[in-house]
Write a protein that binds this ligand. Sequence first.
Ligand code: HEC
Length: 264
Amino acid sequence: MVHSPRKSRASAGVPTVVALALAGVGLASMLSMSGCRGDRSENRPRQFFPDMDDSPKFKPQTQTDFFADGRSMRPPEAGTVAFGAFPLVEENLPADAEWAEPFLQERTDLLGESTAMYTGLNDDGTTLAMMPMELTNELLEHGKERFNIYCAACHGYAGDGMGMVGRRWSAPVPSFHQAKYKDRAEPTGTDGHLFHIARNGLRHPDGRYRMPGYGHALSAEDTWAVVAHIRVLQQAFDNDPDSLPAEARTQFESGGRPTQGGGS
Ligand code: HEC
């Protein structure tokens, strides 16, 4: 069949208009969507798949009809011990805790020869007088960095207990320059004691923490490095820089003492 040129022109006109209109709508929507990208707005973001953004969930400490007791947070099974709440060692376990055997073995294997390295304790349970790591310039630098991040807020950059948070803390923050923290013959003055406190913190007799532990943030190596830095601060505070290792002495050449806020 042969179309007249006129007719085919006319029938071509309709799809062209539709195509143009569609292209216009497409362009407009592309522009408006690209307009969302990178825009700053006080309004809530547009949600194209709201079910993926707002999946149903319980917020902590809220009520619900779903569980019979009305609590959205589920109480742990009776006898559950929170992870890390107490060390899995024989003293903490009842005599018949056979289930614990593989865990105790795993712990022993992990600690291996270097129990003291990870616990700061001698075999007889007393704290190590001297740290079990070699003192290097890198270790001192690392210890200073970690101390300034995790301890200085309370204990002060100089270890004098006068950090910004420490001055306002609910319990008084001690200065490391007291004899009882310097004298390795004192139980509170050993490297192992400083290590233990840094990792586990200190509790009130009523069970509340006076100082939080930093074992979650500091590895054993990190913690020994922090202990080494505390020793540097103590010696620097005594104004006896000659007794410092050469590398550490350069840290304090200007003035001999680290000052409050002197982070580096
Ligand atoms: C949030 C504040 C805070 C931070 C951060 C903090 N401490 Fe303490 N620290 C305290 C307080 C408070 C005490 C005193 C607690 C007491 O007397 O019961 C204390 C006590 C100590 C003691 C003395 C323990 C003793 O036997 O008397 C050592 C050692 C110590 N902190 C080391 C550290 C180290 C190392 C860090 C960093 C890893 C650190 N602290 C971070 C608040 C803090």
